[in-house]
Design a protein around this ligand. Structure first.
Ligand SMILES: [Zn+2]
Length: 116
């Protein structure tokens, strides 16, 4: 069976575990993989930073705790599934961490926001 370089598609000769035709192709392939990984990581970082910025802006400089209507938080573009951690308090309520902030959903369509 003819084997091909995973980067440029040139035919491969030599050892059967060889994946690239040259060191250049190997480096280029690794670079492309790192770049793809970095762009995914950067997008997630942006969402998390934006979430923190939204919470920080809503909270203002003096408060450390507030309640907000879920619809109001929705309108900011807050991404509920981007979190830095999850914490269960002793009553079993779930706190969703976004860096130094946490939010908790109330049953009455309200969100409690806490700054740690
Ligand atoms: Zn190649």
């Amino acid at each position: 069976m003819n084997r091909q370089c995973e980067h440029c598609g040139n035919p491969l000769a030599g050892r059967s575990d060889k994946r690239f035709c040259s060191i250049n192709c190997k480096n280029a392939a690794n670079m492309a993989r790192r770049k793809a990984t970095l762009s995914v990581v950067k997008q997630t970082d942006r969402y998390l930073h934006r979430n923190r910025e939204i919470l920080n802006t809503l909270m203002g400089p003096s408060r450390t705790k507030m309640k907000i209507a879920r619809t109001e938080l929705d309108s900011t573009g807050f991404r509920y599934n981007y979190l830095t951690g999850i914490y269960f308090n002793k009553e079993g309520k779930i706190y969703h961490n976004v860096y130094d902030f946490a939010w908790m959903e109330f049953s009455n369509q309200e969100i409690l926001i806490i700054k740690r």
